[in-house]
Design a protein around this ligand. Structure first.
Ligand SMILES: Nc1nc2c(c(=O)[nH]1)N[C@H]1C(S)=C(S)[C@@H](COP(=O)(O)OP(=O)(O)OC[C@H]3O[C@@H](n4cnc5c(=O)[nH]c(N)nc54)[C@H](O)[C@@H]3O)O[C@H]1N2
Ligand SMILES: Nc1nc2c(c(=O)[nH]1)N[C@H]1C(S)=C(S)[C@@H](COP(=O)(O)OP(=O)(O)OC[C@H]3O[C@@H](n4cnc5c(=O)[nH]c(N)nc54)[C@H](O)[C@@H]3O)O[C@H]1N2
Ligand code: SF4
Ligand SMILES: [Mo]
Length: 705
C-alpha cells in the first residue's frame, strides 16, 4: 500500500515526462485559464524548455500572464498524478495503491453499470468543473448513458447570463472590442486579470487605450476602476436594483433607441410601467450609489454612439442573478446596443460539430430528461442541461429522495472548495456507493474517491478550441506518467458500457468528424493553427432574434410557462443585520485559477496566504491590524484568513478569496481552514437558476488571539 499525499512527495519518484513533439517551436492555445492566448512551446533536446506568448495570435499579440508563464512548472510538478489509484484507506485519508488503467476503467464501468441496473441511469452524476474544452464530451457521455444529471458550476458561472440571453434575445452576447465601443460598462468583472473565454482582458485595455471610455461597477476599487472615468462602488447584491434604476432613468429621459424598440422588441410599455418605481432615489441605499451618480451613468451609457457591457460573475452569484442579467441585457437592448459594432454581439457558433451539437441532446430520452435533479425547483437551470448542485446533495443524502444518487464520476472539479456548503458536500461524498475522480492532482475532492484517474493538462492533448470568433488547434506535446485525456477516458468507459455506437474507436478520430462541417480535418487545422470566423453584425435584420416572437422579449413571455416574473425584479437583500455587521463577497485571484495552482511556487510566492480585505474603519472597530489573523463567520460556518487593510472597499464590506486550500498540508489539504464555501449555503438560491449567494452574505469578523 502506498500513501499518496503531497506531504509524501519526496518519497515518490518524479513522474516521467514523455515528450511527443519534435525539437522546434510549436504554436498552441494556452488553457491555464479561459483566455485562450496563443502560445509558443519550445521543445529542445527532447524536453519542453520554454513557453512564450505568440506575437501573431490576434487574441493576445504575444502577451502571456503569470499563470501562462507557469505552465511548464504545472506540467512537470512533482505532485502530478502518474497512475490510476485505488483507495485503500478511509475516504479522504489519501491512502491509495497504484493500479493499471484496465483495472481502473473496469471498476468504474462496473460501478456505473450496477447503478444503471439497480437504480436507473439517473442515479449516476457526471460532475464537470469550469469548461476546459472537453465539457461537450461529458454531456455526450451522460446523454448516451441515459443520465440527465451533469453537475457543474453553471448556476454561478455565466449561465445566468447565457440563459437570460437565450430566453430574451435568442442568444448570448459578448463585447465587441474589435468594433471599438465608445463606452464600456465593466460590471462586476475583473476582466483585466481574469480574462474571458477567448476574449482576454488585453482586448479591453487596448480598446481603452484607443479611446473607449470605461465605467466600472464593482464593490472593490479594482485596477480597472482606477483607470475608469467613473467608478460606482455598488453594494454586493445591489446590481439588479441598479440596472432597473438605470432603465428607469433612460426611459424617463426619453434617451432610448425608439426605432430599435419599436421594430425589434416586445413589452416596452410593460417594462416602462414596471420600472416606474425603481427610481434612482429608491435604490440609492440598496445599491450604495447616490441617485445622481446612477442618473449620470445611465445617461452617459444611453448617449454613447456604441456601448458594450462586460458583465462578470460578480452579479451572477446572488439570488438576483437571472434578473440582474436580464435587466442588464434590456438596458443594452433599449439603447440599441445589441448586435451592433462596438456593442453586445450575439454569439454565432463557428459551424463545427461543437458545443451545441456535440453533446447529442437527442440521445437522452425525454422521460430521462424529466429526472434532472432540481428541474422541479430551478427550471431555467434544468433547461440549460445542468443539474442543480443542492438537489444533487439532497438526492445523495436523503434515502427517501425520488431519484437517488449513488454514484459519481468527477472530471476536473474540486467540489469541496467550489460549491456552497462544503461540509454538506463532504457528507454527500462520504455517503456515495462509488466515487471516481479524474484530475491532475490529489485534491481534497479526489482524495475522497474510490478510484482516481490521472489526466493530462492542456499541454498534453490534441483539442479543438471553439470560440465565437475563431476555431484553433491545441496540441499534445507531452505525456506525464501514464496520464490520459478526459476524452480518452470517457471513450474507454463508453466502450465498456455498450455505448460504442455514440463514440469513436479512438477519441482522436473525433477531431476530423467535428471539423467536417467547415470543410477541414484535424491535420489541416493543426497546420494553420487558427481559423478566424468573421463577426456578423445586425444578424436580426435578416433572421430576426432567435426567440418565439423573433424579437427581443423585454417582457419575457417564455417565462410564463414556468411561473417566473416576466419582468426583472430586485429581491430584498439576503440575510439580516442580526447575522453580522459586514457584507461578505469574494473574488477570483489573479494568480490562481479557482482552486488550482497554489502548489506552484512561482505563483504562490505572489499570494502566499488567504487574505481578507477590510476597510481601515472596520479593522479598527474589530481591533485588527494589517497582517492579523481573523475569524470570518456566517450562520453556516467559520474560517481563518489574514487581514489586509485596504480603503478600496466600503467600511461595511469584506472580501474573501474564492477556493483557498493548502496543497502542502497532506491529503485533506487543510480544506476546512480558509475555504469560503464553508460559509455559504443552499438557502437563498434563486428559483430560476439556483444561483448560490456567494456575493453579499451577512458575516462577522473577529480577532484570532
Ligand atoms: N464562494 C465562491 N465560490 C465559487 C466562486 C466564487 O467566486 N466564490 N466561483 C465559482 C466559479 S465561477 C466556478 S467556475 C467554480 C469553479 O469550480 P471548479 O471547476 O470545480 O474549479 P477548480 O478549482 O478549477 O477545479 C478544477 C479541478 O480540475 C482539475 N483539472 C484541471 N484541468 C483538468 C483537465 O483537463 N481535466 C481534468 N479532469 N481535470 C482538470 C484541477 O486540477 C482542479 O482540481 O467555483 C465557483 N465557486
Ligand atoms: N486569474 C484568474 N482568472 C480566472 C479565474 C481565477 O480564479 N483566476 N476564474 C475563471 C472563472 S471560472 C471565471 S467565472 C471568471 C470570473 O471572472 P470575473 O467575472 O472577473 O470574476 P471575479 O473576480 O470573481 O469577480 C469580478 C468582480 O466582481 C466583483 N464583485 C463582487 N461582488 C459583487 C457584486 O455583488 N456586484 C458587482 N457588480 N460586483 C461584485 C469583485 O470585486 C470582482 O472585482 O474568471 C476566470 N478567470
Ligand atoms: S490569460 Fe489565461 S490563457 Fe492567457 S496566458 Fe494567462 S492563463 Fe494563459
Ligand atoms: Mo467560473
Amino acid at each position: 500500500m502506498t500513501t499518496q499525499s503531497p506531504a509524501d512527495r519526496h518519497r515518490r519518484p518524479l513522474p516521467v515526462v514523455q515528450v511527443l513533439a519534435e525539437d522546434g517551436r510549436h504554436r498552441t492555445i494556452c488553457r491555464m485559464c479561459h483566455g485562450g492566448c496563443g502560445a509558443i512551446v519550445t521543445v529542445d533536446g527532447g524536453d519542453l524548455t520554454a513557453i512564450e506568448g505568440d506575437p501573431e495570435n490576434p487574441n493576445n499579440h504575444g502577451f502571456l500572464c503569470a499563470k501562462g508563464r507557469a505552465s511548464l512548472e504545472h506540467l512537470k510538478h512533482p505532485d502530478r498524478l502518474a497512475t490510476p489509484l485505488l483507495r485503500t484507506g478511509p475516504r479522504g485519508s489519501g491512502e491509495f495503491r497504484e493500479i493499471g488503467w484496465d483495472e481502473a476503467l473496469d471498476r468504474i464501468a462496473a460501478a456505473l453499470d450496477r447503478a444503471r441496473t439497480e437504480h436507473g441511469p439517473e442515479s449516476v452524476v457526471l460532475a464537470q468543473g469550469t469548461d476546459r474544452n472537453y465539457q461537450e464530451w461529458v454531456f455526450r457521455f451522460a446523454n448516451s448513458f441515459g443520465t440527465p444529471n451533469v453537475l457543474g458550476p453553471a448556476h454561478v458561472c455565466f449561465y445566468p447570463r447565457v440563459m437570460a440571453g437565450i430566453l430574451t434575445a435568442g442568444g448570448f452576447t459578448f463585447c465587441d472590442y474589435e468594433g471599438r465601443p465608445d463606452l464600456v460598462l465593466v460590471w462586476g468583472s475583473n476582466k483585466a486579470l481574469t480574462h474571458g473565454d477567448g476574449v482576454i482582458g488585453t482586448r479591453l485595455l487596448a480598446s481603452v487605450r484607443d479611446g473607449t471610455r470605461m465605467i466600472v461597477i464593482d464593490p472593490r476599487r479594482t485596477q480597472l476602476a482606477s483607470r475608469a472615468e467613473k467608478f460606482l462602488q455598488v453594494r454586493p447584491g445591489g446590481d439588479a436594483a441598479l440596472a432597473l434604476a438605470m432603465i428607469h432613468t433612460v426611459i424617463e429621459a426619453d434617451a432610448y433607441d425608439h426605432e430599435f424598440v419599436e421594430k425589434y422588441t416586445v413589452g416596452f410599455e410593460d417594462l416602462a410601467a414596471h420600472v416606474a418605481d425603481y427610481t434612482p432615489e429608491a435604490v440609492a441605499e440598496r445599491t450604495g450609489i447616490p441617485a445622481e451618480e446612477i442618473r449620470a451613468t445611465a445617461l452617459a451609457y444611453a448617449a454613447a454612439p456604441s456601448a458594450a457591457i462586460e458583465l462578470g460573475t460578480g452579479p451572477q452569484q446572488h439570488r438576483d442573478s437571472f434578473h440582474t442579467c436580464r435587466a442588464v441585457l434590456l438596458l443594452s437592448a433599449i439603447c440599441g446596443n445589441l448586435d451592433r459594432p462596438g456593442g453586445d454581439v450575439l454569439w454565432d457558433p463557428p459551424g463545427i460539430d461543437g458545443r451545441r451539437s456535440f453533446p447529442r441532446a437527442e440521445l437522452l430520452p425525454p422521460e430521462q430528461a424529466a429526472k434532472r435533479l432540481g428541474g422541479d425547483r430551478h427550471r431555467i437551470l434544468a433547461m440549460s442541461g445542468w443539474a442543480h448542485p443542492g438537489s444533487v446533495w439532497d438526492a445523495v443524502l436523503d434515502p427517501a429522495a425520488p431519484h437517488r444518487v449513488t454514484t459519481m464520476l468527477v472530471h476536473g472539479s474540486n467540489l469541496l472548495l467550489n460549491y456552497a456548503d462544503s461540509d454538506r458536500i463532504r457528507k454527500a461524498l462520504e455517503r456515495l456507493d462509488f466515487l471516481a475522480a479524474a484530475d491532475l492532482r490529489l485534491t481534497p475532492t479526489a482524495a475522497m474517491a474510490d478510484v482516481v484517474l490521472p489526466v493530462g493538462g492542456w499541454l498534453e492533448r490534441d483539442q479543438i478550441v471553439e470560440h465565437a470568433h475563431y476555431v484553433a488547434a491545441r496540441r499534445a506535446f507531452a505525456r506525464v506518467g501514464d496520464s490520459r485525456s478526459d476524452e480518452w477516458i470517457l471513450t474507454e468507459l463508453a466502450h465498456r458500457l455498450g455505448l460504442s455506437a455514440d463514440f469513436w474507436p479512438d477519441a482522436r478520430d473525433s477531431l476530423d468528424t467535428r471539423l467536417e462541417p467547415i470543410g477541414m480535418d484535424w491535420r489541416q487545422l493543426a497546420e494553420i493553427h487558427y481559423r478566424a470566423t468573421p463577426l456578423v453584425y445586425h444578424k436580426y435584420r435578416e433572421r430576426g432574434f432567435g426567440t418565439r416572437s423573433g424579437k427581443v422579449g423585454l417582457r419575457c413571455d417564455a417565462l410564463r410557462a414556468f411561473g417566473y416574473p416576466l419582468l426583472p425584479v430586485a429581491g430584498p437583500p439576503v440575510g439580516s443585520p442580526e447575522d453580522g455587521p459586514y457584507l461578505l463577497t469574494s473574488a477570483h485571484s489573479p494568480f490562481y485559477f479557482n482552486s488550482e495552482f497554489r502548489d506552484l511556487p512561482s505563483l504562490r510566492s505572489k499570494e502566499p496566504e488567504p487574505l481578507l480585505d477590510m476597510h481601515p474603519e472596520a479593522a479598527a472597530r474589530e481591533g485588527l491590524a494589517d497582517g492579523d489573523w481573523a475569524e470570518l463567520a456566517t450562520r453556516t460556518g467559520r474560517i481563518r484568513l489574514r487581514v489586509r487593510v485596504t480603503d478600496k472597499i466600503a467600511p461595511d464590506v469584506v472580501v474573501a478569496p474564492a477556493a483557498w486550500w493548502y496543497p502542502e498540508r497532506g491529503a485533506d489539504g487543510g480544506w476546512r481552514e480558509a475555504n469560503v464555501n464553508l460559509l455559504t449555503s443552499n438557502e437563498d438560491e434563486n428559483p430560476e437558476m439556483g444561483s448560490s449567494t456567494f456575493r453579499g452574505l451577512r458575516c462577522t469578523v473577529t480577532r484570532v488571539p
